[in-house]
Design a protein around this ligand. Structure first.
Ligand code: NAP
Length: 229
């Protein structure tokens, strides 16, 4: 058995790979993402910090109070849920006033750059957290910890483009589930399905093997691929 969970990247894009569906005059676009996502059996969904801020608290956290030093060690809060919402949030920017998103227990993935006052905020709200590196994340280690500490065996990687790009670059995506919408976006400098930082030494273009194609209502397609590293 692998030491890390199986990772399925699930995204909805325009035909030109853009992912900001709010820009599209396509009523109910989000439903296309959600309906197919619900068909993928996983223990956790995982998103980048920018995307998670759409689900985390919108209340301002106020000025950080001085907090007693909290050691930079993993923290498993008490939780009832069997499923998880994971935020890749290296600097600790998401605020929480609950430890769940839609019933899924929240796990923050941090680096040791975060302050004790942020850890105090997470503990106060019953949010679990794990460390994935000192100042940069080791995504393989992150996945291994999710499996070891929370028993997560299958993860749905739900974006956004930067987050997906870093997992692609690290060779940690097993499948791509793409809902291709009948929209030509054409925007410049907006996130795409995979945004890989320039300057990487690893070949970033991954070859895909088609597993299935399903025609959805309204001219959308659901494409499923295995990623050949
Ligand atoms: N159509 C779809 O299916 C879909 C799905 C999800 C999201 N979206 C859209 O995508 C957009 C957001 O995408 P995005 O690319 O801008 O942001 P994102 O991928 O959601 O978040 C990127 C941020 O996550 C953190 N991060 C992720 N991987 C990291 C790594 N390996 N190392 C260090 N930090 C890492 C960094 O946070 P810091 O900046 O704090 O360092 C980074 O700036 C939103 O408009 C959202 O609505 C669309």
């Amino acid at each position: 058995m692998s030491a890390r969970p199986y990772v399925i990247c699930h995204m909805m894009s325009s035909v030109d790979g853009r992912i900001q569906s709010k820009r599209w005059a396509f009523e109910g676009a989000a439903r296309f993402f959600e309906v197919q996502a619900a068909k993928i059996k996983v223990d956790a969904w995982m998103v980048g910090r920018t995307t998670m801020q759409e689900f985390s608290s919108h209340k301002p956290r106020g000025k950080a109070k001085p907090a007693p030093r909290i050691p930079k060690t993993d923290f498993i809060a008490s939780f009832r849920s069997k499923t998880f919402a994971v935020a890749i949030d290296p600097s600790g920017k998401c605020s929480w006033d609950s430890n769940e998103v839609d019933g899924d227990h929240v796990i923050e993935v941090l680096t040791e750059k975060v302050s004790s006052s942020y850890l105090h905020h997470l503990q106060e709200n019953g949010v679990s957290y794990i460390f994935g590196g000192k100042s940069e994340l080791n995504l393989k280690l992150v996945l291994e910890k999710l499996r070891k500490l929370f028993g997560i065996e299958r993860v749905r990687l739900d974006g956004g483009g930067g987050n997906n790009g870093s997992f692609l670059k690290a060779g940690l995506i097993d499948e791509l589930s793409l809902v291709l919408m009948p929209v030509a976006d054409g925007s410049l400098q907006t996130p795409t399905v995979f945004d890989v930082e320039p300057g990487t030494t690893r070949r970033t273009a991954a070859k895909l093997a088609l597993k299935s194609v399903k025609r959805l209502e309204g001219g959308a397609l659901w494409l499923r691929y295995r990623i050949e590293q």
